[in-house]
Design a protein around this ligand. Structure first.
Ligand code: CA
Length: 240
């Protein structure tokens, strides 16, 4: 595919992928969604491209020739904050906690639907932009119907104030400050409880459950705080 400068500012996606069928499908599919797609077919090529061009998001396959996706992720993260979405194949042994720790923003598993992938891409992009519009001031965080007044230690859903306990408040704040991002159980526990965390690992889940009962319309089918099985939780971004 010919490389060209686009007149309007398109979102630039670097697809790091070695399977031709995926390369073709992504080039066509993401192009149709309005993205400018660039391809790198192995890890070294990816690093070379990233060194000379800038991208809005990188889609990084895990199993690559010459250099693993994990090493590519680490190398890119060492010098850039560009959002990285890791792509793993079904059945591949993947340590998701490790991936998030080395700086990946999200991950998807093959086979995926293009629609799902595009939603993930838009979510990481929104998260990057969110710091520009989420904060009314340093003391307020707003997301969808949820508004937190940090200084006043108050929280509202729509016009209604909800009463949160101290840890619930801290937990919701952390989630809202990282919309669209998977926060691992370890990170949540460390940042909210630190050394205060006692008891079994259920404590976190109990707090999440309470938060959901406050902010979700149907706590059994949460749309704001979703569970990422085996990894942690994510505050979903909405287009509102
Ligand atoms: Ca591969």
């Amino acid at each position: 595919m010919a490389k060209q400068t686009t007149p309007e500012k398109k979102v630039r996606v670097l697809v790091v992928e070695d399977e031709e069928s995926f390369i073709d499908a992504l080039t066509v599919g993401l192009g149709r969604e309005g993205f400018a797609v660039e391809i790198a077919r192995d890890g070294l090529q990816a690093l070379a491209v990233v060194a000379r061009e800038s991208f809005d998001v990188i889609l990084l396959d895990l199993m690559l020739p010459k250099m693993s996706g994990l090493d590519v992720c680490r190398a890119i993260r060492a010098r850039s904050e560009v959002p990285i979405i890791i792509v793993s194949a079904k059945g591949e042994e993947v340590d998701m906690v490790l991936m998030l720790e080395i700086g990946a923003d999200d991950y998807v598993t093959k086979p995926y639907r293009l629609r799902e992938l595009v939603a993930r891409i838009r979510a990481v992009l929104r998260r990057r932009e969110s710091h520009e519009f989420v904060y009314d001031s340093d003391e307020q965080i707003t997301h969808g119907p949820i508004r937190m007044d940090i200084e006043g230690r108050r929280c509202f859903v729509g016009d209604e104030e909800i009463k949160l306990r101290k840890k619930e408040f801290a937990l919701l704040r952390l989630l809202l400050e990282n919309p669209g991002r998977v926060l691992t159980r370890e990170v949540l526990i460390d940042r909210v409880w630190g050394n205060d965390y006692v008891g079994d690992t259920k404590t976190l889940d109990v707090h999440i459950k309470r938060l959901r009962s406050h902010i979700e319309i149907d706590p059994k089918s949460p749309v704001h705080i979703t569970t990422v099985r085996g990894v942690g939780y994510r505050f979903e971004t909405t287009k509102s």
